[in-house]
Ligand binder design. Structure first.
Ligand SMILES: C[S@@+](CC[C@H](N)C(=O)[O-])C[C@H]1O[C@@H](n2cnc3c(N)ncnc32)[C@H](O)[C@@H]1O
Length: 322
C-alpha cells in the first residue's frame, strides 16, 4: 500500500467510527445566529484550525473545499453563500463522502435556512480538483496537506493555484513542526495519516506556498497543537507541533520576493510627522502600521535609529503595506 492508500483507509475507518478529538485543537466552535451543528457532524471535526472567518466571507464567494471530513466547514461556508453550487467539496474516500452527506441532511433538519443542495460533494482528490482553471474564489483545506510528502504537496498546491481565480485565496490550516520530524516518524504512514508526522517546519511550509506561485501569504494564527513526547515517539527531546492557519493569494510574486505578513508592525520614531521611504511606505510618527516581513527587514536595516519593528504576532488580518 502507498501512504496515500493508508491515508484513505484510515479516513474510511474514522468516517464509520468517529474519533472525537482526532485532529482538532481546543477552541470554541464558531457560533453564528441560526446555525446549529448536528452532534455527529461535531464529533467528526477533524480539522486543526478554522478556515471560516465571517469577516472574509461577506461577498458569498465560491468555495472549493478539499477533504470534506464530516462536512462541518462545508456547512459553515454554505451559511454565507446559501446558493446551489457555491460550495463544492471533494474527497476520495467514499465512506467520508457518505458520512458528510448524512450529516448535511441532519443539518437541513436542524437549520431552516439550509438546503443540502448548497453543498455539492464530489469524488475527487487534492491532485485533481475536477473544476475549470481560474473558476473559484476560495480553495480551503483543513488538516490534509500536512499528510502529503513534499512532491505530492507541491502537486496539490499547484492544483489549488490552477483552479483559483486571479486574486483568489487558498485557506489552509495544518500542523507544523518546531524542528524537522525525524525520519522514523515520517515513515510511519499511520501517524502521517493522523496528521502527526508529516508536518514541515514553518520555513519549509511557507517555501512550498511560494514555490507554487502564491505572491502574498498571511498568517492568521499559529498556536501549540500537539506534543510528540520522548517516551511515546522514541525521541531524544519532546517535539512540539503547532497549528498554522494561513491565507495565500493568487497574485504575482513581486520582483523583490513574496509578501508574507506575520503580524509585524513598523513604528516611526524620527523627527518628522510622516516618514516616507520613497518606495511607497508611509508611516505616521508613533503609530504602528502592519508591514510584511520583507518590508520589516528592509526598514529595520535602512533606518535602525528611526523605525522600531515589532515582533510577529502570528495574527494578521489586513491593513498596512507590503
Ligand atoms: C484530517 S481530515 C480533515 C477533514 C475536514 N477538513 C475537517 O476539518 O474536519 C482529512 C480529510 O481529507 C480526506 N482526504 C484524504 N486523502 C485525500 C486526498 N488525497 N485528497 C482530498 N482529500 C483527501 C479524508 O478522507 C478526510 O476527509
Amino acid at each position: 500500500m502507498t501512504y496515500l492508500e493508508t491515508t484513505a483507509q484510515f479516513y474510511s475507518e474514522v468516517a464509520q467510527t468517529p474519533q472525537v478529538g482526532l485532529c482538532c485543537v481546543q477552541s470554541n466552535s464558531l457560533q453564528l445566529p441560526e446555525l446549529k451543528i448536528p452532534q455527529p457532524m461535531q464529533e467528526m471535526n477533524y480539522g486543526c484550525g478554522t478556515m471560516v472567518r465571517p469577516a472574509e466571507l461577506a461577498n458569498a464567494p465560491t468555495v472549493l473545499y478539499v477533504g470534506v471530513g464530516g462536512g462541518l466547514e462545508a456547512l459553515q461556508f454554505a451559511y454565507f453563500s446559501r446558493r446551489r453550487g457555491t460550495v463544492i467539496a471533494v474527497d476520495p474516500v467514499m465512506a467520508m463522502r457518505e458520512a458528510a452527506i448524512r450529516n448535511l441532511e441532519l443539518a437541513a433538519q436542524e437549520n431552516a435556512w439550509f438546503d443540502p443542495e448548497f453543498v455539492e460533494i464530489r469524488d475527487g482528490d487534492a491532485f485533481f480538483l475536477s473544476v475549470a482553471d481560474a473558476s473559484v474564489d476560495v480553495v480551503a483545506q483543513n488538516c490534509l496537506f500536512n499528510i502529503f510528502k513534499p512532491k505530492d504537496l507541491h502537486l496539490a498546491l499547484k492544483e489549488a493555484f490552477r483552479v483559483l481565480k486571479p486574486n483568489g485565496r487558498l485557506l489552509m490550516s495544518d500542523p507544523i513542526a518546531t524542528r524537522p520530524i525525524p525520519e522514523h516518524l515520517q515513515q510511519d504512514e499511520r501517524l502521517r495519516a493522523m496528521c502527526l508526522s508529516g508536518a514541515l517546519t514553518y520555513v519549509q511550509y511557507i517555501e512550498h506556498l511560494v514555490n507554487a506561485g502564491f505572491g502574498q501569504i498571511e498568517i492568521r494564527s499559529r498556536r501549540p497543537y500537539r506534543l510528540l513526547d520522548c517516551q511515546s515517539y522514541g525521541l531524544k527531546e519532546h517535539l512540539l507541533l503547532e497549528s498554522l492557519d494561513t491565507v495565500s493569494y493568487k497574485v504575482s510574486i513581486p520582483e523583490d520576493g513574496p509578501c508574507i505578513f506575520t503580524g509585524k508592525t513598523a513604528i516611526y520614531a524620527g523627527g518628522e510627522p510622516i516618514f516616507d521611504d520613497g518606495a511607497g511606505h508611509f508611516l505616521q510618527r508613533g503609530i504602528s502600521a502592519a508591514v510584511c516581513d520583507k518590508t520589516a527587514a528592509k526598514l529595520a536595516a535602512s533606518f535602525p535609529e528611526d523605525i522600531l519593528i515589532t515582533d510577529s504576532t502570528w495574527h494578521y488580518d489586513g491593513g498596512g503595506c507590503c
